[in-house]
Design a protein around this ligand. Structure first.
Ligand code: TTP
Ligand code: MG
Length: 369
């Protein structure tokens, strides 16, 4: 069982501005647009001014102001609000500091935007969830003490529910959805609360008579698949509280690859094999340098007619040796040369070797972390 925590900072850009200028506290503060024209021209001469609200304080939200609204409209709704230009370098710096703090409290952390992150805290709290709430309260306290900012946190058995939960009570909220309580929590919520369900999907679901997440659970999956393809299955699973996706550290999402285009298209087996060997060696050097281990090996083949194919194999455990890498890559290559009739006839224009599903070798303990 996993315990996942999702943190989302409250009215992030404007909260940072208020922190920097305490006299703004309690006022409607709107952040959006660029600095005065002259300054802007010097900084980004080619960019057009995007005159929309990036975000605003909760006081400003009372006037109906929200992100992505035209600044002119925001001005109509609340002419007395404090309007501030976007100071991105400042928000990025604060975001970086927050992520450093959060990292200490997680087995794994995945930053998903400037002001939000998933933390896998499975080994940090008790299995019975009794201290999950206290754990989140402690994180909130630390962020407030060190950064002077509030955030909202959701804790749940998976990423999707944790994200929905962090939005459930805002600002300065904390929502814990225990294992076994997911369906109950999700059922009454509108479908648009599911990450990825935008106005279009929402409208299509409404046509099917589905407005709440609970209604998704009782509807026929085939009907959802017919309308939304693969995403239909995912929607059904999410509504049932199922999401197996892992919290992925940045380096886990990464892959390493090398590729080569032949001077002349070829189907000569020994030329192709040599090339796979050389590419595997180059990839091996890169993973060794980075201290990585890999689980998945893939090859990419572009034929003379530019048709592009990839083939991948995921191994049972992590590896870090050149032998496994080139052997697996060559096996995958064989599948092409011995493969289907048409492909067999075609010459190859480009070859690529890639490893993904990377892990890190911890130097001190010589283990995968
Ligand atoms: P959000 O977390 O969506 O919004 P927020 O932090 O301002 O408010 P909330 O309390 O509801 O979480 O986005 C984080 C930051 O990203 C936000 O402070 C500004 C920026 N942003 C934009 O620039 N444009 C947008 O349309 C949105 C939604 C956000
Ligand atoms: Mg936020």
């Amino acid at each position: 069982m996993k315990v996942i925590l999702h943190v989302d900072m409250d009215s992030f850009f404007s909260a940072v501005e208020v922190r920097e200028n305490p006299e703004l506290r309690g006022l409607p503060v709107i952040v959006g647009g660029k600095k005065a024209k002259e300054e802007k021209a010097a900084e980004e001469p080619d960019k057009k001014i995007r005159d929309v609200v990036s975000t605003c304080s909760y006081e400003a939200r009372e006037y109906g102001i929200h992100s992505a609204m035209a600044l002119s409209r925001a001005y109509e709704l609340c002419p007395d609000a404090k309007f501030l230009p976007v100071n991105m370098p400042l928000y990025k710096r604060v975001s970086g500091e927050i992520m450093v703090i959060l990292r200490k409290y997680a087995d794994k952390i995945e930053q998903v935007s400037i002001d939000e992150a998933f933390l896998d805290i499975s080994t940090r709290v008790r299995r019975d969830w009794t201290d999950a709430r206290e754990y989140a309260q402690m994180i909130k306290k630390v962020i407030l003490a060190k950064e002077g900012l509030t955030c909202s946190i959701g804790i749940a058995p998976n990423k999707t529910i944790a994200k929905i939960a962090s939005d459930f009570v805002k600002p300065d909220g904390l929502t814990v959805v225990k294992q076994g309580k997911a369906s109950e929590f999700l059922a009454p919520l509108p479908v648009k609360k599911i990450p990825g369900v935008g106005p279009k999907t929402e409208a299509m679901l409404k046509e099917m008579g589905i407005e709440q997440i609970g209604q998704l659970t009782s509807c026929d999956v085939q009907e959802l698949v017919a309308k939304f393809g693969k995403y239909g299955t995912r929607l059904h699973l999410i509504a049932n509280g199922i999401d197996e996706s892992e919290v992925e550290e940045e380096w886990q999402r990464k892959s390493l690859s090398r590729e080569r285009t032949f001077a002349e298209d070829t189907k000569d087996a020994s030329v192709l094999n040599n090339c796979v060997d050389r590419l595997a060696e180059e990839v091996y050097n890169a993973i060794e340098e980075g201290g990585f281990v890999f689980k998945t090996v893939a090859i990419k083949v572009k034929f003379e007619d530019f048709a592009l194919h990839t083939r991948a194999k995921t191994l049972k455990s992590f590896h870090s040796d050149l032998n496994t890498l080139s052997k697996t890559a060559k096996e995958l290559m064989m599948e092409f040369s011995e493969g289907k009739g048409k492909e067999k006839e075609k010459k190859i224009r480009l070859l690529g070797v890639r490893v993904s599903n990377l892990g890190m070798v911890d130097e001190k303990q010589r283990r995968i972390v």
